[in-house]
Ligand binder design. Structure first.
Ligand SMILES: C[S@@+](CC[C@H](N)C(=O)[O-])C[C@H]1O[C@@H](n2cnc3c(N)ncnc32)[C@H](O)[C@@H]1O
Length: 288
């Protein structure tokens, strides 16, 4: 208990001749189940999945592959079916995505002026965390979150109250697959948040070429990821994240010039990169 006091997770006070402990403000905010800022799902997902799989980092580096097989005896290929393989796991993963991007979503939504766009599709938008942030800043924007069935089926559990998000009716959900352009809802702004870093180069090319095909001329693409320094010496949390991608999804983080090159290869123009939050950067570009 005293170690938790030293970690500022508990407070310790004396009543009579007894020492008592209570949650600190930080613990109440981030570590209690009912707090709107609860980080518990991300901690549970880290404990159950990311921490064990990161233990096989050495094999991932030597073999250049994900470590699902070695860590959990699961198909080495697919991250998403693996993390959604039971009802409990699915809820944990979606909860983790929600709390992980809660604050960063607000920062990303206002970092770039998106007011010219009226229809937006958040591809791989999970349970709508960024979509609800966008609709707060852009009340004229209709946003469709397009994701696989596991995400869409749980989205109702994460819908904010009307008091917390008065424009929440502007957000809707559609089951779709960003590898199948015919299933992608039409929009004049697409968002890919923490999506491109999940995939190998050929899959990233396929996603970007599908987005380009779906976008009208003048349409925009907002990418939210962690950007690496040009010399790849930092930032350290982004480099660690890149290793986590290697070991769990087979993807990686990129530098701003790597994003620029990738996006221009697919025909996008006016590529700009911006740091928006301590865990979040944004890259914005347009189709001519
Ligand atoms: C790492 S999560 C990111 C979630 C959210 N965008 C965020 O920033 O927190 C990747 C998301 O992509 C979704 N996804 C994976 N494969 C997909 C596919 N083929 N088509 C659409 N969504 C997919 C997953 O279900 C998951 O919600």
């Amino acid at each position: 208990m005293d170690t938790l006091v030293a970690m500022e997770l508990l407070e310790k006070f004396k009543q009579g001749d007894q020492w008592l402990y209570s949650n600190s403000e930080m613990a109440t905010k981030f570590l209690t189940k009912d707090s709107p800022d609860s980080y518990l799902d991300m901690i549970a997902f880290t404990n159950k999945t990311l921490y064990p799989i990161f233990g096989n980092l050495e094999s991932a580096i030597l073999e250049g592959t994900t470590q699902w097989q070695k860590t959990f005896g699961m198909s080495a290929e697919d991250f998403f079916p693996n993390v959604c393989n039971t009802e409990e796991a699915k809820l944990r993963f979606m909860g983790a995505m929600h709390c992980n991007s809660l604050y960063a979503s607000y920062a990303a939504a206002k970092a770039i002026d998106l007011s010219a766009y009226r229809s937006c599709c958040d591809l791989g938008g999970a349970v709508g965390t960024l979509a609800y942030a966008l609709c707060q800043f852009y009340p004229e924007m209709k946003i469709t979150v397009c994701d696989l069935e596991p995400a869409v089926s749980l989205a109702h559990l994460f819908r904010p109250s009307v008091e917390a998000c008065p424009n929440q009716a502007n957000v809707s959900f559609a089951v779709g697959d960003f590898f199948k352009p015919e299933t992608i809802p039409k929009a004049d702004l697409y968002v890919l948040s923490h999506v491109l870093h999940d995939w190998s180069e050929d899959k990233v090319d396929l996603i970007l070429s599908n987005v380009y095909k779906c976008l009208p001329s003048g349409g925009g693409l907002l990418i939210c990821e962690r950007i690496l320094n040009e010399d790849k010496r930092g930032p350290l949390p982004s480099l660690i994240f890149s290793l986590l991608m290697l070991v769990s999804t087979g993807g990686k983080e990129r530098s701003a010039s790597e994003y620029k090159h990738l996006l221009e290869k697919h025909g996008f123009v006016d590529v700009q990169a911006k740091s928006v939050y301590f865990t979040q950067d944004a890259i914005f570009c347009r189709k001519m």
